[in-house]
Design a protein around this ligand. Sequence first.
Ligand code: CAA
Length: 392
Amino acid sequence: MSIAPPRTEASEEETMILDVVRRLVRERVEPRAAEIDATAEFPWDIKELFAENDLLGIPFPSEFGGLGGSFLTYVKVVEEVAKACASSSLIIAVQELGALPILIGGSDEQKRRWIPDLAAGTTIAAYALTEPGSGSDAAGSMRTTARRDGDAYVLDGSKIWITNGSVADVVTVFAVNDATKGPNGISAFVVEKGTPGFGIGKLEKKMGIRGSPTVSLTFDNCRVPVANRLGEEGEGFKIAMKVLDKSRPGIAAQALGIAQGALDYATDYTKQRVAFGKPISQQQGLQFMLADMRTEVEAARLLLYESARKCDDGAADVTLWAAMAKLKCGDVAMSVTTDAVQLLGGYGYSAEYPVERMMRDAKITQIYEGTQQIQRIVIARSMVGKWSPPKS
Ligand code: CAA
């Protein structure tokens, strides 16, 4: 009888991919990280590097041009890249986020139309759910509308905080087609770059992930063919939520990578820096900090990898695990990077050293893809349900 390998063991394919990624990160990504942050420009060279090495479609099915890799491999790749550069890791994570609505809600024809180019990295995807007045309350406050007109839908409204919105070739846009139906009156559409009436608005100046463009999008009488609707009319919100179940672990991986990168840097620093006659790593007060940081990072990693395995297994409770992974990894990223800055003292506060960038980059992981408060709502609802007022 063959015994399945323990779940913690990496497959041969995963080991190979991670070896390549570690080399690329060391040679090409890490040396660019500070510059990407300083210039706040989308790193096209890094996007090309990832495309050439097949890193943009790791978990996409091979029949649609993807690598057909596991979800676990995908999150480990995001984590490796984020150890050096959070903005670069987002190129991989948002390609996944932007392609997922098509993979989850699209027909075979739609997948064949868009996924191979996204997997190859010749096109870029974005995901447009959030609006100026609709962040956490994604369904209840959505105002962008989609009105059916013959063989098209006419989209009107705007989206905000759209990662990669200005560089994307295909954007999945969620819009209200029937305001009387609440979440069941929302549909999903793929809007292609250059579609008349589709505009790119303000580029945000941000605290962190500065190499990742975040923009607003406008839709003004924008005609989108019915053939670009994903799923049935009214299925859009459920598609949006199913996407987040699989994309939140990607952001958790980004957060974990940032935390690990900061911990590695701070640990090395404490071994070099001498105070009161010995390396500060030998000061018990700082050892306690290092020990807590390491323990938190490892705990977050276990939760993340388990959530990724749940995605691979198609587990029924993936919503819960994705939310727990995002919550834990985001909070650990923030606390560990803050402590890393503390361990470096004045140097930690200087842009000469990477930990201040890591601390700025960490903050967004507590905000996007659902705030930490939203993750807690999702987790608690999986335990006690959503309350509805009794019908009179
Ligand atoms: N899978 C499938 N269906 C789901 C679902 C899921 N995970 N979650 C909810 N649904 C279904 C519900 O079952 C319900 O269906 P029925 O009407 O048939 O019962 C319907 O969707 C509505 O669900 P809720 O009643 O739970 O909806 P709600 O209005 O209470 O909202 C919420 C739930 C969890 C708060 C949700 O609005 C949410 O996740 N908000 C946060 C939005 C978010 O994460 N935005 C991130 C934007 S993307 C981003 O940030 C990317 C980036 O920049 C990199």
